[in-house]
Ligand binder design. Structure first.
Ligand code: NAG
Ligand code: NAG
Length: 334
């Protein structure tokens, strides 16, 4: 397995110049590269200070002030917000040092091709492992200070969190329909008020022995926080998405159950019911915790893209090499 451990490296000072920055009326001295967020993704606004507070990322000056365009080293452009005629992209000439970052967290299946943007970008930001800025919640090597694992109290066997923004359709829906014929599934609405605060969300997941983590695409590397939630709190994820092998690029093979391990939903249900009675075997799904830990992801609505945007800041803060991405779509859609 390949586990990537993200470290927050110090800022690069070689190319850094002292700049006078005006932000919200306050003049401040900064030697950090500017990263301009061209669109707020889905209008989810957060405080840029959160990058420091939540991830200890402080190596760039993040801004949404388009007046800083000509000084920005990085311009982060959210794919879904680009107009079909490209009229809302920057129009002023691009400074020679500036890099445009293609920002897309959707899978190819759920991404619309906008003609004419293929040759515009220098860097990619995506969940994909081969993106320049690879964004995902990753397992980390356990630190000596991490707490010893105690299995949380279990009140439910199998749970599912559904999301209004991501309705269960297609293959996921038919699989679920079959599954509930054979095993009880406790279904919660992720979008309901009580879960908008992370505490309830993680507490509820932790009360389930298993949690269905059904992705809305089977595209390579498309593995979301649906997987992270159960791993973070001590619940075994039952996944549907890319093949098992692809999951094992990111997490140990004995930390989850894959629906493809079984010929059909009936057999999966039988397996889970059997594990419900066999605690010793069940507990082996947590053996990975001796070596790794998982951090809780951000659950507040406004933070949907915070992690990604902060990662872009960290990247621009350290990497400076010249780069041209010849054909974005060839890379992304294959
Ligand atoms: C797929 O899931 C993602 C993340 O949950 C969501 O943002 C996106 O809108 C979903 N796409 C579709 C087509 O349902
Ligand atoms: C970024 O990409 C554009 C378009 O391919 C190219 O003209 C420009 O020189 C690149 N800039 C950097 C700093 O890599």
């Amino acid at each position: 397995i390949h586990l990537v451990i993200r470290t927050q490296s110090g800022r690069l000072t070689k190319h850094a110049k002292s700049k006078q920055l005006k932000s919200s009326g306050v003049t401040q001295q900064s030697d950090k590269p500017i990263v301009l967020l061209w669109f707020w993704p889905k209008n989810k606004r957060f405080d840029f200070e959160d990058c420091k507070r939540l991830f200890n990322i402080d190596s760039c000056h993040l801004t949404d002030d388009k007046n800083l365009y000509s000084k920005a080293q990085g311009v982060l452009i959210f794919h879904r917000a680009i107009a079909d005629d490209l009229s809302n992209l920057p129009t002023s000439p691009r400074p020679q040092f500036q890099r445009w970052i293609w920002f897309n967290m959707d899978s190819p299946t759920n991404t619309q091709k906008i003609p004419g943007i293929q040759g515009l970008f220098n860097l990619t930001l995506s969940y994909r492992k081969d993106a320049d800025i690879h964004v995902r919640w990753q397992m980390r090597v356990k630190r000596p200070t991490d707490q010893y694992f105690v299995l949380p109290k279990k009140e439910r066997l199998l749970c599912l969190f559904v999301d209004n923004n991501d309705p269960m359709t297609g293959a996921r829906q038919s699989y679920l329909r079959e599954l509930v014929q054979h095993i009880k599934v406790d279904i919660f609405n992720r979008s309901s008020a009580s879960f908008s605060k992370g505490e309830d969300y993680f507490m509820t997941i932790s009360s389930c022995k298993f949690n269905l983590a059904f992705e809305n695409s089977t595209d390579k590397d498309y593995i979301t926080e649906k997987l992270n939630g159960p791993l973070a709190v001590g619940t075994v994820p039952v996944v549907l998405g890319p093949p098992r092998q692809n999951y094992e690029d990111f997490i140990p093979g004995d930390s989850f159950v894959h629906v493809n391990d079984f010929p059909d939903a009936t057999k999966l249900a039988e397996f889970l019911l059997r594990l419900d009675k066999d605690n010793e075997t069940y507990m082996h799904y947590f053996d990975w915790r001796q070596g790794f830990s998982v951090r809780r992801h951000l659950t507040e609505e406004k933070h949907e893209f915070t992690h990604a945007i902060c990662q872009a800041c960290a990247h621009v803060g350290k990497a400076q090499e010249y780069r041209v991405l010849p054909d974005l779509y060839k890379w992304f859609f294959g």
